[in-house]
Design a protein around this ligand. Structure first.
Ligand SMILES: NC(=O)C1=CN([C@@H]2O[C@H](COP(=O)(O)OP(=O)(O)OC[C@H]3O[C@@H](n4cnc5c(N)ncnc54)[C@H](O)[C@@H]3O)[C@@H](O)[C@H]2O)C=CC1
Ligand SMILES: N[C@@H](CC=O)C(=O)O
Ligand code: NA
Length: 434
């Protein structure tokens, strides 16, 4: 058997400790599959004395993370610190500049700096791998980069944030509002260090921009992702969506509009109503699912655990196995210099069905006022529910429109914005097409 692949772990939180446990538990199997052992040589984190439930004594503790990039007995640095910039990025740059391989779970860093890091890795013939960065334990990067490599893909979408999916499915099951469930997701290790990244759709936007690049052969454009989160979703929205035949899920969707030559890229993360007949409606808990439509493969569905210590460690160590086997290739689906820069598609012309929820003063003529504003904007209603009047004299109206331009919803809400019938801001969510 060849000499062991010697690795260093930077970051010993949820994912880092999961990686140690996996390498310890499956070491013999991994060595047989890789043709060589994977050996942890050095580790670093903020707090050496913290009890992590794993024995760190066999490994060299390093206080200065930068040492990992230059130590002569380390082949691969595994970055599990997090953050788009700061120490994670410094470590990544130094590791690759020294011609060492880098494995990372850090989608924020790849979304912001993936192009630069991929070019650096190529210039130094060093491996750069980030399977854990998108959809945790699901081998979707490898699936798109390798398995679907022969296809043209014009659309990729899915449930990309385990925390939000856990929150939404728990809200549905327990009838709770989202703040009541967030702390559970944090306790399970799903959430980012700043959970605002999860619930405001930023984490899913990081992942979507990476998926779009892999799928379309385009340069990552994180700045081009419109992102909306789940903060404003009420338990009542989930109940009304269910009554109308849908489940609410945070969906990231990227697609190519137009043909070769005039192709534009559209990228958006937003809570959507997903028809119960769609497979994504049945994805619950911290599970993720990604759908990619290949022109020869047809619809591909990748589903599995999107967060948590063990699934994420599985993806990190799969990257290490690839490196141990010397299965090198470009970090993305093609060398970084071949990735196309695509213009952003405007969302103004998009057409679809929309859910609108309003809390209104329950008095004569309110419904007529709303439907008149919709008629003037050219929108018609497919279904509508009005709840009983509350003690404060308000009622909830939830409706799904027929397919129409998104701009018509904006026009309707603009007309109604001066109405004193509306109590608070309406909630608008698009319906995911089947
Ligand atoms: N938790 C999850 O389910 C998943 C996390 N990820 C990503 O994996 C990475 C790690 O996530 P977690 O393990 O959840 O985070 P965590 O917060 O549990 O652990 C972070 C670790 O990095 C260390 N660290 C942070 N700043 C440091 C610094 N300046 N110097 C030295 N050490 C430092 C901390 O001490 C800690 O050991 C992040 O990029 C995250 O987005 C990716 C997929 C799933
Ligand atoms: N916070 C992320 C962790 C995995 O990427 C999530 O909840 O999906
Ligand atoms: Na993955």
């Amino acid at each position: 058997m060849s000499s062991p692949l010697r690795i260093a772990l930077a970051g010993l939180g949820t994912v880092g400790t999961g990686v140690i446990q996996l390498i310890e538990e499956n070491s013999a199997l991994i060595a047989r599959r890789s043709g060589r052992a994977i050996e942890i040589v050095a580790v670093t984190a903020r707090d050496r004395s913290k009890n992590r439930g794993v024995d760190l004594s066999p490994y060299r503790w390093v206080d200065d993370m930068g040492e990992l990039a230059t130590a002569s007995d380390i082949d691969v640095v595994v970055e599990l610190v997090g953050g788009s910039d700061g120490p994670a990025l410094t470590l990544a740059r130094e590791t690759l500049s020294n011609g060492r391989a880098l494995v990372t779970a850090n989608k924020a860093m790849i979304a912001h700096h993936g192009a630069e890091l991929a070019a650096l890795a190529e210039s130094k013939s060093a491996a750069l791998k980030f399977e854990a960065a998108v959809a945790g334990g699901i081998p979707v990067i490898q699936g798109l980069r390798d398995g679907a490599a022969a296809n043209r893909i014009d659309r990729v979408y899915g449930i990309l944030n385990g925390t939000c999916n856990f929150i939404l499915s728990t809200m549905e099951k327990e009838g709770l509002d989202f703040t009541d469930v967030l702390s559970d997701a944090q306790a399970k290790g799903f959430a980012e260090a700043d959970p605002g990244f999860d619930i405001d759709g930023i984490d899913a936007a990081h992942k979507l921009s990476i998926l779009a690049s892999l799928s379309f052969g385009s340069q990552i454009d994180f700045g081009g992702v419109e992102a909306r989160g789940i903060r404003k979703i009420l338990a009542a929205d989930i109940a009304q969506a269910k009554a109308l035949g849908y489940r609410i899920r945070l969906i990231g969707l990227a697609e190519i509009d137009g043909e070769n030559g005039s192709a534009e890229i559209f990228q958006r993360v937003q809570p959507c109503l997903v028809p119960l007949t769609h497979p994504l409606a049945h994805v619950i808990g911290a599970t993720n699912a990604v759908v990619a439509e290949g022109n020869f493969s047809g619809r591909l569905l990748f589903q599995g655990a999107g967060a948590g210590d063990r699934p994420t460690a599985s993806a990190v160590v799969a990257d290490l196995v690839d490196i141990a086997r010397k299965e090198t290739g470009p970090a993305f689906s093609m060398p970084s210099s071949k990735l196309e820069k695509l213009p952003r598609a405007a969302s103004a012309h998009r057409v679809g069905k929309t859910y609108v929820r309003m809390i209104v003063a329950d008095r004569v003529g309110v419904l007529a006022e709303i439907t008149a504003a919709m008629r003037d904007a050219g929108l018609s209603i497919e279904s509508l529910i009005q709840t009983e009047t509350s003690d404060d004299g308000s009622a909830l109206i939830a409706m799904v429109t027929h397919a129409g331009p998104e701009l018509a919803i904006d026009d309707t809400l603009e007309t109604l914005s001066t109405s004193d019938s509306l109590m608070g801001e309406p909630m608008v969510m698009h319906i995911l097409e089947e």
